[in-house]
Design a protein around this ligand. Sequence first.
Ligand code: PRP
Ligand code: ZN
Length: 286
Amino acid sequence: MGSILRIAIQTKGRLNEDSMSLLTDTGIKFVASSRRLISAAKNFPLETLFLRDDDIPQCVSDGVADIGIVGKNEVMEQKQQLEIIKHLGFSKCRLSLAIPKDIGYSGLEWFTGKKIATSYPRILKDYLMENNIEADIHFIAGSVEIAPGIGLADAIFDIVSSGSTLVSNRLKEVQTIVNSEAVLVATPSISKEKQTILDELIFRIEAVEKGKGKKYILLNAPNDKLDQIIKVLPGMTSPTIMPLAKSGWSSLHSVINESEFWEVIGNLKRNGAEGILVLPIEKMIL
Ligand code: PRP
Ligand code: ZN
């Protein structure tokens, strides 16, 4: 039997949904609604192992899973032996210091002698040391944001994404220490057969990423306007031109960036393009 690559994924939470849609976007199919710990893909040598995000770095480092998708914050905190293969660009957040919102803040010195609650003691300890601040770090595994309100700490150091958790706990962010996003990590000792599967998976992920933010555009144009129209199309490759049954007209196909979309469409219309169709691109292999 051939090798199967095992990927650790968060069971539920902010990373789970985006991690699963990344895999399904690459065309990998899973048995629907399986609530098992391990679930094998139907059409790719991959199986998912569902874990708490905090357990993923250790699991990948030990080789229990070959690869994993986890927040960079957990990787930095745990300092396990593993390799970050790819930044995935989703689940972006930051780790910040926050204090009760009505308290005046003078600068980092404020934290001297204060008690700070956090689930990320190592990142915080390193940061305070670099900045010569002596504070008391108090580890809490979850619900860190309630600590100041119940008198357990003066401040917190925690994940901030939308900022709404801080607002609802009457806290304000005063210093960002690191930025985080989902990363693909791998065990340092991956076998040759599994590396081959991983290479194919990365190839597919990159094809999906390239297609994001790009649109496929088709339009009809009179032949005497083609030169002008091609000039306003900022295509990545030269457009495909095909004659239409209607004489003197052609169909033109190209790829455009979503960010330039409305500007390009306006220019195309002004230059005589008709019957413009814009389609999403699922994958792109260059
Ligand atoms: C984090 C963090 C906050 C919240 C911040 O928890 O501990 O509670 O997200 O997000 P917001 O700025 O959008 O309100 P998370 O949901 O990641 O759970 P965990 O800390 O238990 O892993
Ligand atoms: Zn967590």
